[in-house]
Design a protein around this ligand. Structure first.
Ligand code: PLP
Length: 387
């Protein structure tokens, strides 16, 4: 539950927003690995050792729990460390259903790491509830959804999957990296666990790597707290401070990001060189209606393909303002080639089966002047025409 009716206020005042000791309006960076105890078993305010608990990290965790209307939140050293902790809730012989188009690193973690411990996974089109239901087996313990899913931006009806999953005793995990609690709140749609790569929009400035887990029950909170401390991939205090600082401007940043994304999506949709665009904020997108039901808008991420008489490699080479780089969610516009970058860990035949073509281009629209961004795209498209 949030103490604030409006998320724009919660972003700034939510959680532990200031230092009770000095009144400092920013939570201090507590660079201390250990804490003095006043006697055996007498820990001041519960702190003993910074892997288990650190006041700066705790301020961030309480803020994230509030923003997502969760019971508790936990900050990790990366998004994948957060997903790793969540997957540790399950055991050898259990099965996890994952959205097709899942982030490549999540796929790799399940396929190359957890498989050694007997945890299996099934890829399903979670945008279709019937396809999801037919993927379930008696061993299925959880479904991991991304909506919109990277990189084809396919939309899953989170509430419909949650209703069905819970009927089958299956927990619902949503990777909400692309939307953040500002645009979509999965726990309020029935999910049990939300995970983030906070490296992206939550941080917002491409200056840190971080992950967050938010849960909807005390029981899950206790289990994740145990795993966070036992595995130890915690977010350091300075990065926790940076993340709190980033979150304060999440609303204003995302408003501008989305405005730019909508204008660029419309520009690309009308462009004769573009054969396909994937963006759930466009009325023509198959996910538009469901996305409108569960999210504030279509978000920022979009992907597109150029017609065959354009050379996508040349397009990447010609961009001047928009940077070719992994990652997304920073104030600067980034472009990526999923087949060789974010989704390279997925075997080519499976990638093609998922609909990720070799020429797919993914754009993370920044907050620069949109006319400058469109001008850069225009000149790169023009110069990539095959002769
Ligand atoms: N989830 C999604 C949707 C992502 O895009 C990423 C990274 O790109 C991750 C998880 C992993 O996060 P991190 O890079 O912070 O470990």
């Amino acid at each position: 539950m949030s103490n604030y009716k409006n998320i724009d206020t919660a972003l700034i005042h939510g959680g532990i927003a200031y230092d009770e000791f000095t009144g400092a309006v920013n939570v201090p960076v507590y660079l201390s690995s250990t804490f003095k105890q006043d006697g055996l078993g007498c820990r001041r305010r519960g702190y003993e050792y910074a892997r288990t608990g650190n006041p700066t990290r705790e301020a961030l965790e309480s803020l994230m729990a509030e923003l997502d209307h969760g019971v508790a939140a936990f900050a990790f050293a990366s998004g994948l460390a957060a997903i790793h902790a969540v997957l540790n809730l399950y055991h050898s012989g259990d099965n996890i259903v994952i959205t097709s188009n899942v982030y490549g690193g999540t796929y790799r973690l399940l396929d190359k790491v957890f498989s050694h411990f007997g945890l299996t996974y099934t890829i399903a089109d979670t945008s279709d509830v019937k396809a999801f239901e037919s993927s379930l087996t008696p061993e299925t313990k959880a479904v991991l959804i991304e909506s919109p899913a990277n990189p084809l931006m396919s939309v899953t009806n989170i509430a419909a999957i949650a209703t069905s999953a819970h009927r089958h005793g299956v927990q619902v995990i949503v990777d909400n990296t692309f939307m953040t609690p500002y645009l979509q709140q999965p726990l309020r749609l029935g999910a049990d666990i939300v995970v983030y790569s906070a490296t992206k929009y939550l941080g917002g400035h491409s200056d840190l790597v971080a992950g967050v887990v938010v849960v909807n029950s005390e029981e899950l909170g206790q289990r994740i707290a145990f795993l966070q401390n036992s595995i130890g991939a915690v977010l350091p205090p300075f990065d926790s401070y940076l993340l709190i600082r980033g979150i304060k401007t999440l609303g204003v940043r995302l408003d501008r990001h989305v405005d730019n994304a909508v204008k660029i999506a419309q520009y690309l949709a009308d462009h004769p060189a573009v054969s396909r665009i994937y963006y759930p904020g466009l009325l023509s997108d198959p996910g538009y209606a469901v996305n409108q039901l569960q999210a504030r808008n279509g978000g920022v991420m979009l992907s597109f393909e150029l017609r065959d008489d354009y050379d996508y490699r040349e397009f990447f080479r010609q961009l001047k303002l928009i940077t070719l780089a992994e990652s997304l969610g920073g104030v600067e516009s980034l472009v990526c080639h999923p087949a060789s970058m974010t989704h390279a860990s997925i075997p080519a035949d499976l990638r093609h089966q998922m609909g990720i073509s070799d020429g797919l281009i993914r754009l993370s629209t920044g907050i620069e002047d949109v006319n400058d961004l469109i001008a850069d795209l225009e000149q790169a498209i023009e110069k990539s025409k095959k002769i």
